[in-house]
Structures are given as structure tokens and as C-alpha cells.
Unconditional design. Structure first.
Lengths: 244, 212
């Protein structure tokens, strides 16, 4: 049965985690309360040097925002995953993460010693920890996705964070087109103007995905995506890392 | 913001013309100023910076645009590292706007953007990979090939979330000049792209000048 839920889990706000996704499954990420932010990066498990590339993703689809139909590309011209469903409409990939010092300046320092797991965790350290599990470090931290967060750009190029972009129950679903290591955190977006440190939980579901049909929405969303899928096909002829 | 430099070309301590399809990799010392000069116009200089003492500290496009709250680079832009330090500051710019969202061309991304049979056409990331291979003293590898600046490229973002490639706003003789705030490795690929109208399908040389 297509789209059967294989696994479901919740991650509190200000946390980090990793998982490996198999080609032909999808990852639905749900904003539980509204206002979540999920920093996310992708790596190829058989060659960790192949990783999510934000500029390639934006440039080849002539887009600044990411939503249904867009594919998320590696630096090797392949599609890690396609956004097959999205109730949000705008996810951004250029604002990066906050560091410990920036969080302290914005919302005060809440150390683990004083606050336990209610501390003010930051996106940068979250990625460092998850990347270290893979033997990777700060050199490998590419420009990341910030799911659920919208940042607009005006004619002068000024960035504007749009509050209330994602509501309780909104979700994005990523269908994986190759086996992928997903590294993510639920720490606040760098431009979030909230007075209090925002701590927003998410639910994620690993689902079965229907096979990609010739008329697939994402593959046909742009001619570039069709060529990206073609590159995946060539890769899978040789990699033996996943069955069709 | 357009701002002209007061530095005199004849007082430069170093000058090098970098042909399209070649790279430039050299340390610029703290306090030195360097200029990239678009000799024939509408060229793209795909550029990365590293702390010369520890190349794991490098230019960060995300940190740079977030800290200035603006996606375009021009006079007064501080180029920020992944350690939140100011690496360089743009002190003069006769072009007015430079891109740091569009990334660099690669043989693989060319297959996606243009056609699968473009895979063997020369590309910026090939130049960078050759640069790190030929300059082993810097101890760099593909892990260091990251999200760059495209000097002289005009990539406007629209309010609706589009990203467009416009004709260049550069012209023969336009330049951008930066003052180094730390010793930096400058790694430039003078873009060899033949498929993009933004350089008129005609990649041309740039010149790099350095002043003490």
C-alpha cells in the first residue's frame, strides 16, 4: 500500500538527530505547534563527500524558495529527494544557523548546568555533533535547509523573516530518490524575532513511497529535474546500494 | 554601492592576469588590499576565502548575508567566516552588486542545468579541485570546496521567491576591491562557462592586483 507509515517519532524543539533514508521511502516532517524550524543536511552514505548543495538546488530550478515540485540536489548533479507534498509553501536554504554566542546574545545563555535539557541549544553545535557521528566536521557543514521558515528578499536585497509561515499541523514530505543520510536539528531559525527562545517540536514519519511514474510531478516540474533523475538512474546502475 | 578606489595601479605590489578556465590561489596578508578587475566585462570570478593559518575557517555565504541582512555583496560588505570572524571587507566596488547564492558551475551541475552531454565541458569546480591538488601545502581537498562568491554576477532574487540570471551589470574595467582582516588564502576560478548568456557565452580574463 502506497504511503503506509513505517515509523513515527517526535523530536522536541532544540534537539538534533540523524537517520538514514532508503530510496523509495519518504520522510514527512510535521510542525506540531506552528512556528517550527528544522535545519537539515543530506549526505550520500556510500560517499560522504557527496552532500546537499543549496546553490545548485536554487540555481538549477531558478528559485529562492523551496516547495512542492522542487528537488533537493547534491553537489554531484543528483537528486537526494523531491518535495512531493508541502502544506507550508516556502522553506528557505540561505540563512544557516545560530551559534551558542548568538543564542546567548538573542535569548540569554541557558546552560545545561542550570537548565538541563531545557537549555538553549543552537543549530551550529547540533550539526557539529551529528556530523561528528559520521566522522565529519565543520568543513563538511554545507549551507543547510531551514524547513518551515520563510525569508523574503526585497528589490534592494534585504532579507525579511516572515513570522507565522508554518501553522500547527503543517508538513513537508520528502521522497528520497537515492539512499541518503539525513542530519537535522530543531533549533530556532537565525532570524526568528521571538522574545522567548522558541522551542518547537516536530513529528517525523518514514513512509513507503509510490514508485516514480513517468508523469511524476517533481520529475516534470522543470526540465532540469528530469535530467537530475537521469543522473540518479546512471548512479544506481553502478552503486548497488539500493534495489529498484 | 558604487565606490571608486584611490589606489594607483602602478603602486600595486603584485599583478596577475588570470585567463578564463584558470585558477588563482595565493595568500593575501592581513592589511593588504586586493582587487579583481573585470578586463573585458561580464566575466564571473568564482571566489573562496580561507584563513591561511587554519583553512577549516572559511568564507561563509550564509553567515555573510545573514549578518548584513542582505543577499548582495558590495562596498562595506564584511565577508564573514564560519567562525563569525570578519575575513575581508569590500572597500571599493565599481560594479555595484555581486552574487553569493548562485554557487559555482560544475561538470555535474552542468548536466542538470543544460544537457547531459555537457558533462565534459570545463567548469569552475574542476579548476578548484585542480588548485587544491596542485597546491598541497595548503592541505585542502574537496571538503574545502564550498559555497562561494560570484564576483561580477548579477542574480536578482524576486519578492515571490524566484531567482533569475540577468545580464551582467559589469563592464570592461569594472572592479571590486577588498581589504584583508586576516591572512587569507584567495582561491579564484575564472569561470569557463560557455552555456550561460550572462557572460555573453564568451569567458574572458580577469586581473588580480594586490597593494600593501
Amino acid at each position: 500500500m502506497a504511503n503506509k507509515i513505517l515509523y513515527q517519532d517526535q523530536i522536541a524543539g532544540a534537539c538534533h538527530w540523524s537517520l538514514q533514508m532508503r530510496r523509495g521511502t519518504s520522510l514527512r516532517v510535521i510542525d506540531n505547534e506552528g512556528g517550527a524550524n528544522v535545519g537539515m543536511l543530506f549526505y550520500n552514505p556510500v560517499n560522504l563527500l557527496e552532500r546537499y548543495n543549496a546553490p545548485d538546488t536554487l540555481k538549477c530550478q531558478h528559485t529562492f524558495k523551496l516547495t512542492k515540485g522542487n528537488c533537493l540536489y547534491s553537489d554531484m548533479g543528483r537528486v537526494f529527494c523531491s518535495i512531493v507534498d508541502d502544506t507550508v509553501g516556502w522553506h528557505e536554504t540561505v540563512c544557516g544557523n545560530l551559534t551558542k554566542a548568538m543564542i546567548a546574545e538573542k535569548w540569554g545563555e541557558h546552560s545545561y548546568q542550570d537548565y538541563g535539557n531545557n537549555w538553549h541549544q543552537n543549530g551550529y553545535n547540533s550539526f557539529l555533533v551529528e556530523l561528528a557521528k559520521l566522522g565529519l566536521g565543520k568543513k563538511d557543514m554545507a549551507s543547510n535547509l531551514n524547513l518551515f521558515s520563510k525569508v523574503e528578499v526585497d528589490n534592494q536585497g534585504d532579507l525579511k523573516y516572515v513570522d507565522g509561515n508554518s501553522k500547527a499541523g503543517d508538513y513537508i514530505e520528502l521522497r528520497f530518490e537515492m539512499d541518503t543520510i539525513v542530519v537535522f536539528h530543531t533549533c530556532p531559525h537565525p532570524l526568528n524575532p521571538a522574545k522567548e527562545y522558541p522551542r518547537k517540536s516536530i513529528t517525523y514519519e518514514i513512509r513507503e513511497a509510490a514508485p516514480v511514474a513517468d508523469n511524476d510531478f517533481c520529475m516534470n516540474f522543470r526540465p532540469e529535474n528530469k535530467r537530475g533523475f537521469e543522473n540518479n538512474k546512471i548512479f544506481h546502475l553502478g552503486c548497488g546500494c539500493s534495489n529498484d | 554601492m558604487i565606490k571608486e578606489s584611490k589606489l594607483l595601479v602602478e603602486e600595486a605590489v603584485y599583478r596577475e592576469v588570470v585567463p578564463a578556465g584558470d585558477y588563482f590561489m595565493k595568500v593575501v596578508k592581513a592589511g593588504q588590499t586586493f582587487r579583481i578587475l573585470d578586463l573585458e566585462g561580464n566575466q564571473a570570478a568564482d571566489t573562496l576565502f580561507y584563513n591561511a593559518d587554519d583553512p577549516s575557517e572559511r568564507y561563509s555565504a550564509m553567515d555573510t548575508i545573514r549578518s548584513q541582512g542582505n543577499v548582495y555583496l558590495t562596498t562595506d560588505t564584511k565577508l564573514i567566516s564560519n567562525e563569525q570572524n570578519i575575513m575581508l571587507e569590500i572597500v571599493a566596488d565599481t560594479c555595484g552588486r555581486h552574487d553569493t547564492l548562485g554557487g559555482a558551475c560544475a561538470t555535474e551541475s552542468n548536466t542538470v542545468r543544460y544537457a547531459l552531454d555537457k558533462k565534459c565541458m570545463h567548469a569552475c569546480r574542476d579548476s578548484w579541485l585542480l588548485a587544491v591538488a596542485e597546491n598541497e601545502e595548503f592541505g585542502m581537498s574537496k571538503r574545502d570546496i564550498t559555497h562561494n562568491i560570484n564576483f561580477f554576477m548579477n542574480v536578482p532574487i524576486t519578492a515571490e521567491g524566484g531567482l533569475t540570471f540577468q545580464d551582467g551589470i559589469s563592464a570592461p574595467g569594472k572592479y571590486v576591491e577588498m581589504k584583508a582582516m586576516m591572512d587569507v588564502i584567495v582561491l579564484i576560478s575564472n569561470c569557463p562557462q560557455l552555456n550561460n548568456p550572462c557572460n555573453g557565452y564568451n569567458p574572458t580574463p580577469v586581473e588580480v592586483l594586490i597593494w600593501d
